[in-house]
Design a protein around this ligand. Structure first.
Ligand SMILES: CC(C)(COP(=O)(O)OP(=O)(O)OC[C@H]1O[C@@H](n2cnc3c(N)ncnc32)[C@H](O)[C@@H]1OP(=O)(O)O)[C@@H](O)C(=O)NCCC(=O)NCCS
Length: 410
């Protein structure tokens, strides 16, 4: 089998093959864009070909930025469009493509790759671990009251999300650059969030509110009229108001947008499609049981390609030392690293000291953004703690400034 990079000339065959792998037919272009694959960059796509040159597999990656704990922003490869024709499955095509892709990413200097998994059992073997999580929160309209006072400063003046702010409802088509700008401000401060390159907004590639499906957008502005949050929504069957995403540059803005959608007339329930687990909104509802959680699932999977570079790139919040013994069975590698954190920065060097923790690189991916406690993976039998305090120390070290969350679909 041959794996080769594609060029613009391969777009049709690439798109045909990936759709056939998913059992779908390619969408026909519509006015206003909205085709997810229009954002593909063909020099970042791979085709797997049989000996007689027939395409049977695809994989691609997007150049994104990922926000790490401590507001560190780093480049990542966002792996996507992974598929193998149903006639050629379980013959190692994906494994060959993954090896090719990971090797190429490393050679290019990438130290992290990320993806969204269609099925959870696929990617652990390639060194990816689930690292951010998301939930759907449904609130019946009759239980939608918030028990949260409008915020004021000590001097009594309104602060963000309070009286002097405003919410304006626009149609998606009227939003101009507002959503792109607000999303960009939000993602720079949110660990686990990915950039949405301008190209995606310009092509309207992806899911609402990027794509051109009709949506209303509640745009929140601060007291100076500057947009600092939005909720993109539609009202559908049974008068359910569904919010695609609530993007807010701080918690008070989120509350103001939630107050707006929860107060919408002629609505039976409000569904927030993407809320980070543990979000304060549930605690703000006057009736704690009003917020029904469903579709609690993994979102971003993370793969470390260069462990010292990845560990020194993020911010840290507790001083300490930890020796990590890391296995990378897919790439046939093993390393032992001394991680030393002082005043928010880490050093990570090879060591032959006795390890505190032994773990697979996919588990390191899971704990990397602070969304999965190492102690959970110790209790699950994934990570081996070599002494009783190792898991507690690892929990304290890997914690993030706020829980990581990603809602970008790619
Ligand atoms: C997922 C997919 C790409 C796998 O391709 P493939 O060429 O069959 O994978 P491989 O033959 O390299 O499989 C490698 C290993 O992963 C396992 N595996 C692959 N896909 C799996 C799945 N969906 N569920 C569980 N295990 C899976 C294989 O059994 C094999 O295990 P083994 O090494 O123990 O024998 C292919 O089934 C596909 O195209 N599915 C539909 C599209 C899709 O879901 N794409 C992923 C998008 S995120």
């Amino acid at each position: 089998m041959e794996i080769r990079s594609t060029t613009d000339k391969d777009l049709d065959v690439f798109v045909d093959t990936v759709h056939a792998a998913f059992g779908r037919f390619p969408e026909t272009p519509v006015e206003g864009g909205g085709l997810w694959w229009s954002a593909l960059e063909m020099d970042r796509c791979l085709l797997a070909l049989t000996a007689d040159g027939r395409p049977v597999g695809t994989a691609a990656e997007h150049p994104f930025e990922l926000t790490l704990p401590g507001e560190a922003i780093v480049p990542v490869a966002g792996v996507t469009a992974v598929g193998v024709l149903p006639s050629h499955r379980r013959q190692g095509v994906l494994s060959t493509m993954m090896r090719h892709q990971l090797t190429a990413l490393r050679a290019r200097g990438d130290f992290l790759s990320v993806l969204l998994a269609s099925e959870a059992p696929i990617y652990g073997r390639f060194g990816y671990g689930p690292a951010t999580y998301t939930q759907r929160l449904t609130v019946p309209r009759r239980q939608a009251a918030l028990a949260v006072r409008r915020a004021r400063t000590a001097a009594g003046a309104p602060v963000a999300g309070s009286d002097n702010d405003s919410v304006e409802v626009l149609r998606r088509a009227e939003c101009g650059e507002i959503l792109e700008e607000v999303y960009d401000r939000y993602r720079r401060a949110q660990p686990g969030a990915l950039s949405r390159p301008h190209r995606w907004w310009a092509l309207r590639a992806g899911q609402p509110p990027i794509s051109p499906e009709p949506r209303y957008v509640a745009v929140h502005r601060d007291a100076d009229g500057v947009p600092d949050g939005y909720a993109s929504y539609s009202i559908g069957e049974s008068n359910t108001l569904t919010v695609d995403e609530t993007i807010a540059t701080d918690d008070a803005v989120f509350t103001a947008l939630a107050r707006f959608v929860l107060g919408h007339d002629l609505v039976s329930q409000v569904v927030f499609k993407h809320v980070p687990p543990g979000h304060p909104l549930r605690w703000q509802l006057a009736d704690f049981r009003a917020g029904q959680v469903s579709d609690d699932m993994d979102w971003l999977w993370v793969r470390l390609l260069d462990i010292p570079q990845a560990l020194t790139a993020r911010g840290w919040f507790t001083d300490g030392e930890l020796v990590l013994d890391v296995d990378d069975p897919f790439l046939g590698e093993h390393g032992r690293y001394l991680l030393t954190v002082r005043e928010g920065k880490a050093d990570c060097i090879p060591t032959d000291r006795e390890p505190d923790l032994s773990l697979d690189v996919r588990d390191l991916g899971s704990v990397y953004l602070g969304g999965t406690a190492p102690s959970t993976l110790v209790r699950a039998g994934h990570i081996r703690a070599h002494h009783p305090s190792a898991a507690t120390l690892a929990d304290a070290l890997f914690r993030a400034d706020r829980p990581p969350h990603c809602l970008h679909w790619f």
